[in-house]
Design a binder for this molecule. Structure first.
Ligand code: ADP
Ligand code: MG
Length: 329
């Protein structure tokens, strides 16, 4: 089972939408998928139309040892299962403070699922607290969702540092493998400027000496801003049930394909010529095709304050210090 934590301590960046619809897309491609709602807000549970007042138990019970995963799993559709959440989970972090090996609870609780599923996607809460730490110990991979906003990299240093400590002390298998842009607006120049900044940040950071980030790449698929993706949760449906012909369905389908088929890394992408690059379903701005990959950016509003500090030549450039210098919208 490939366990992926969908992480960003910021809220509203597409974690839950991605967990739900990427999970559904993987299931449509024949993968056996388990989704874990690890956020007390239970948005993933509602998105999938599961009534957590009627389920036998939830991720709260899993995390506090009151139930086993087999008792809690809800079959949501062909190949798609869910560990639902409940607002009670908000109290679990406090309850678990004194628990022995409290960061390993989720990993141990999910262990019986290893043979039954191909993918486990964990929808994390918008914090780097104990629940997210449990997800990072249970997972082998981190997928970060980002908005192409000029503060996209804000908080990234903290996230990377947290993941580094988890890898060092608790889970040596952990790697950040993907960054996916959600709510992408192809017409906005800012979106491609921000994406170029993030690609540059991760291509600098992902060296062989840095195993946490060695495989980190910005996924080629951008999930476009699409109203159907925002409407689907209100109907308790995945995008494939609610609006199968929408851009949202198309993008999550493409994202699942990219994750399963493994396209070139961001470094290869950045240096590939247009001829050697696999055609993208979406035309990319020239700089993303690598034609201006070495260009020094001096004029864009997103990089004027320097999301990525040009003076930072080590492997972990600090986007936050730089981002703070940026004008705040
Ligand atoms: P998070 O889990 O990171 O807090 P969500 O996935 O809940 O973020 O997304 C925040 C809000 O944005 C939700 O209302 C969601 O429906 C909406 N949303 C997410 N992705 C898109 C998109 N690509 N286009 C339009 N709305 C989106
Ligand atoms: Mg969420």
């Amino acid at each position: 089972m490939r366990t992926v934590a969908i992480v960003n301590q910021k809220g509203g960046v597409g974690k839950t939408t991605t967990t739900c619809n990427l999970g559904a897309a993987l299931a449509r491609r024949g993968q056996r998928v388990l989704l874990v709602d690890l956020d007390a807000q239970a948005h993933l549970t509602f998105h999938l139309g599961v009534d957590n007042t009627k389920t036998a138990a939830t991720s709260y019970d899993l995390m506090t040892g009151r139930g086993t995963v087999a008792e809690i799993i809800v079959e949501r559709g062909p190949g798609l299962s869910l560990v639902p959440s409940h607002i009670d989970l908000a109290g679990a972090e406090v309850e678990l403070v004194t628990a022995l090996a409290r960061e390993h609870i989720l990993r141990e609780a999910l262990a019986p699922c290893g043979e039954k599923y191909d993918y486990c996607l964990i929808d994390c809460p918008p914090s780097l607290g104990l629940l997210t730490l449990n997800a990072l110990v249970a997972a082998q991979e981190i997928l970060v969702t980002l908005q192409p906003h000029f503060l996209a990299l804000q908080g990234m240093t903290k996230l990377i540092e947290t993941a580094r400590l988890v890898r060092q002390r608790l889970n040596p298998a952990l790697r950040i493998t993907g960054l996916v842009f959600c709510m992408y607006d192809g017409r906005a120049t800012l979106s491609s400027e921000v994406i170029a900044d993030v690609e540059q940040f991760f291509s600098r950071a992902s060296t062989a000496e840095n195993p946490l980030l060695a495989e980190a790449r910005v996924l080629r698929t951008r999930v476009r801003r699409n109203i159907k993706l925002a409407e689907a949760p209100g109907f308790g449906q995945t995008i494939f049930e609610y609006a199968p012909a929408s851009h949202g369905a198309e993008d999550y389908e493409a994202l699942a394909g990219e994750i399963l088929d493994g396209p070139p890394s961001v470094k290869e992408t950045a240096t590939a010529t247009a001829e050697t690059t696999t055609p993208s379903p979406y035309p990319l701005p020239s700089r993303e095709r690598g034609e201006e990959a070495t260009e020094e950016k001096t004029s864009s509003p997103s990089s004027a304050g320097g999301l990525i500090s040009k003076n930072n030549s080590d492997n972990t450039p600090n986007p936050e210090g730089a981002a703070h210098g940026s004008p705040v919208a």
